[in-house]
Design a protein around this ligand. Structure first.
Ligand code: UD1
Ligand code: MG
Length: 465
């Protein structure tokens, strides 16, 4: 049996439970593949395990769930997936990870794959508590509404005597608001020893992980409770919970952005992803959405109603209102993108501008070049995408269609309304539109004839009446 008190530098492992079907989600997708802040629930648990330096980390999945296995293996490597063929309870799920952890000695943390917002600091505090006091540490929280949660029953000294699941609780026990989050830190050897003693003689007929607490006490191990805020340990069981977890994440992300030096006049209307990176002194006006993979450089101003995805914006740019950035857009410093402009898979050099109504797709735009209103890259021929290359200091006239592949040399101009199908030399003006002709006096003659016709009709009508 390993020593009761853990040492500094004790190896750490994580077991992440994700075998439940998640029936209450009413989804074809396993529950833990649903996303919060653009990251699958399971990704949050994996990142937490890695942030706490847990190696190995094992994810317990159910039968099937090929997509989930693939994701886990990609993140944690071969051997990181354990299978629980039938969901027979959380204790049974942890036991399914035993073989994958064969030979491991040290501390283990059990995480639930459906609780995305647990912070690394909280789990670190649990490891620290175990290091100081030994035994088993469970993470509790005070629930505003404890319905559905397991209750932590404390003894006179504030240690956890046992955990009772709601269905098995007495009337008295149900009044306890201190609930079980599911996160447990224990010595691996002790944990598996206790798990082998768990029985399923309860209301659900399942093997409850929560029973290890009472068993630990009977075996003479200490059992401590750590504390977390409720919105940190929120478990996702339904779409309602998923929306609540998203709201809690957004609140956290907005606060972090504000604290990091970002100005938002209506932060509650700005949506972030788990990896959004915003520099100092960035101003974000209302109704802006950041999907995954977005970086915004310091000093940039984002006007209202913009959407970003996998995009890098450098310092001191000005964007929007109503601009859309699709994957692989890259803006160098001081770029200006105005209303109703879409940018995709393109780079814009320093100081380049597209101020109104343009589509820049698969293009490289040189520094200081200006795209007029209605300038469009025709990048797709129905089969393949083609690039447009625009040199520095180019002036693309209003309503120019750039039929890719095409290159405009530095300092070139295109005339308004042109359809540019051939490369344009540096410093040249390209006109690609019908030549204008003029018929002298035509409009005056036309107007005179038409007015006369109209007057004659009116006179006829008057006689008839
Ligand atoms: C569990 C706890 C409860 C706690 C609550 C916190 C037990 C018995 N109950 O209840 O005390 O208050 O979480 O949210 O542990 N899972 C498996 N295999 C199984 C069953 C579950 O892998 O056989 C996984 C699920 O995928 C999920 C996690 O374990 O990620 C928790 O299971 P869930 O059914 O959501 O437990 P709760 O009823 O919420
Ligand atoms: Mg749950």
């Amino acid at each position: 049996m390993p020593s009761e008190t853990t040492r500094v530098g004790t190896p750490r492992a994580a077991i992440i439970l994700a075998a439940g079907q998640g029936t209450r989600m009413k989804s074809a997708l396993p529950k833990v593949l649903h996303k919060v802040g653009g990251k699958p629930l399971i990704g949050w648990a994996i990142d937490l395990a890695l942030a706490c330096a847990c190696a190995p980390a094992v994810v317990v999945v159910g039968a099937g769930m090929a997509g989930l296995r693939e994701l886990v293996t990609a993140r944690l490597g071969e051997g990181s997936v354990a299978v629980q063929e039938t969901p027979r309870g959380t204790a049974d799920a942890v036991s399914a990870a035993r073989a994958a952890l064969a030979g491991f000695e040290g501390d283990v943390v059990i995480l639930y794959g459906d609780a995305p917002l647990v912070r690394a600091e909280t789990v670190e505090a649990m490891f620290a508590l175990r290091r100081e006091r030994g035994g088993l540490v469970v993470l509790g929280f005070d629930a505003a509404d404890p319905t559905g949660y397991g209750r932590l029953i404390l003894d006179g000294e504030g240690a956890v005597a046992r955990i009772v699941e709601e269905r098995d609780a007495t009337h008295e026990e149900r009044r306890v608001a201190f609930c079980n989050s599911g996160v447990v830190v224990a010595d691996a050897g002790q944990l598996f020893q206790l798990l082998s003693m768990v029985r399923n003689d309860n209301a659900k007929g399942e093997f409850y992980l929560t029973d290890v607490v009472g068993l630990a006490r009977s075996a003479g191990f200490k059992t401590h409770a750590a504390h977390a805020e409720e919105n940190e340990v929120l478990g996702v069981n339904s779409r309602v919970d998923l929306a609540e977890a998203e709201a809690a994440f957004q609140q956290r992300a907005r606060r972090a952005a504000l604290e990091g030096g970002v100005t938002m006049i209506a932060p509650e209307t700005v949506y972030f992803s788990h990896d959004t990176c915003i520099g100092r002194d960035v101003t974000i006006e209302p109704n802006v959405y950041f999907a995954e993979g977005v970086t915004i450089g310091a000093g940039t101003v984002i006007h209202a109603h913009c959407h970003f995805e996998r995009t890098h914006v450098s310092e001191n740019c000005e964007i929007g209102p109503f601009a859309r950035f699709r994957p692989n857009a890259r803006l160098e410093r001081k770029v200006k993108i105005g209303n109703f402009v879409e940018v995709k898979n393109s780079t814009l050099g320093e100081g380049a501008k597209a101020n109104h109504l343009a589509y820049i797709g698969d293009a490289d735009v040189g520094a200081r070049s200006n795209l007029g209103a209605g300038a469009i890259t025709c990048n797709y021929d129905g089969f393949d995408k083609h690039r447009t290359t625009i040199g520095e200091d180019v002036f693309v006239g209003t309503d120019t269609a750039l039929v890719a592949p095409v290159t405009l040399g530095a300092r070139a101009y295109t005339a308004a309304g042109s359809v540019i199908t051939k490369d344009v030399a540096a410093g040249a003006l390209a006109l690609g539109r019908a030549r204008q002709t003029e018929i002298e006096g035509w409009a005056d003659r036309f107007r005179k004839a038409k007015s006369a016709e109209k007057a004659a009709r009116k006179a006829d009508k008057g006689k008839a009446e």
